[in-house]
Design a protein around this ligand. Structure first.
Ligand code: ASP
Length: 316
């Protein structure tokens, strides 16, 4: 099964079969990544450019490792040292790089919709590595792979997504993916951090952890995204931790075998207790990081196959 479009811009346009195809191929890359020789050749001869206009540790490193393991020539464009600092627009920067004939452009940008806009202008495949509070598709895919491996399935699970939903592209992409795969999603957080209209997304919404975690198979904690807040969304971090921070006591409300997830970076003692985050019997946070590399290898592999099947002009 191939991907229908030339880009990976979000979960929104993906059909369940496309999601499953990425996850199934990623499984083979999990195996490869655990071998002493981790090299494949699915991207041999291709050029991958990573353009990150926002800070990133996991995602950028993961895309870089994924590309290199599959044989691509990978270039990281450091925005701090680029012409962006001289006032060049996003589109001009992208067009300049596009003229160098990259095959894959991985983009993170603080503005929602910026990556989609860019995809309309260039002739290569674009992967969204997170745009504003809109989407972060590879994060939702790596979360799905982690859940599928831990629970054996993606359907008929109860997933509690807790914390700063309003500013989170991770929440948005996960809600879309889990809904598409027929799992039940509960959003848990203070009303100030739940977006208006969330109740119409086909999810349950509550501001009580007792209610939200009751019987959950998966508890996904989110970071308080202070860089996207322009006012007082919470009374204090101490108060927030008391009501919404995940600790062993609150986790006891979920199913006894519930797993704990966090996309990182974590604020220990704000949204999650540090000891619980490190508890390998409950926390799959490190598995998420491992699955991230495999999912990005699979996504780029499938996009490269789609490119081979189409002439360059048709991609734009
Ligand atoms: N790393 C994730 C993102 O880029 C989550 C976060 O920053 O809290 O959206």
């Amino acid at each position: 099964m191939a991907l229908r479009g030339p880009h990976l811009l979000g979960i929104e346009p993906l059909a369940p079969g496309e999601i499953t195809a990425i996850l199934d191929l990623a499984e083979t890359y999990v195996t490869l990544n655990r071998q002493p020789d981790k090299h494949g050749d699915a991207l041999a001869g291709l050029t991958q450019i990573n353009m990150f206009f926002e800070a990133s540790t996991r995602t950028q490193a993961s895309f870089e490792i994924a590309g290199k393991r599959l044989g691509a020539d990978v270039m990281n464009m450091g925005v701090a040292a680029s012409s962006v600092k001289k006032g060049e627009t996003l589109i001009d920067t992208a067009m300049t790089l596009n003229a160098m004939h990259p095959d894959l452009l991985v983009v993170r940008h603080p503005h929602s919709g910026a990556v989609n806009l860019l995809a309309e202008k260039v002739t290569c495949s674009v992967l969204n590595a997170g745009d504003g509070r809109h989407e972060h598709p590879t994060q939702a895919l790596l979360d799905a792979l982690t859940i599928r491996r831990a629970k054996g399935r993606l359907h008929r699970l109860t997933v509690a997504i807790c914390g700063d939903i309003a500013h989170s592209r991770v929440a948005r992409s996960n809600i879309l993916l889990l809904g598409r795969m027929e799992s039940r999603v509960r959003l848990v957080g203070p009303p100030t951090l739940i977006p208006a209209g969330a109740a119409e997304w086909g999810v349950e919404v509550t501001d009580r952890m007792e209610e939200g975690l009751d019987g959950a198979d998966v508890v996904m904690m989110l970071r308080l995204q202070k860089e996207r807040m322009d006012g007082g969304f919470i009374p204090s971090e101490r108060e927030y931790y008391h009501r919404f921070g995940l600790d062993a006591e609150k986790l006891a409300l979920a199913k006894p075998d519930a797993i704990v997830m966090h996309p990182g970076p974590m604020n220990r003692g704000v949204e999650i207790d540090g000891t619980l985050a490190d508890d390998i019997n409950r926390s799959v946070i490190q598995d998420q990081v491992e699955m991230g590399v495999a999912v990005r290898m699979a996504a780029m592999d499938l996009l490269a196959r789609a490119r081979k099947a189409r002439p360059r002009e048709v991609m734009a």
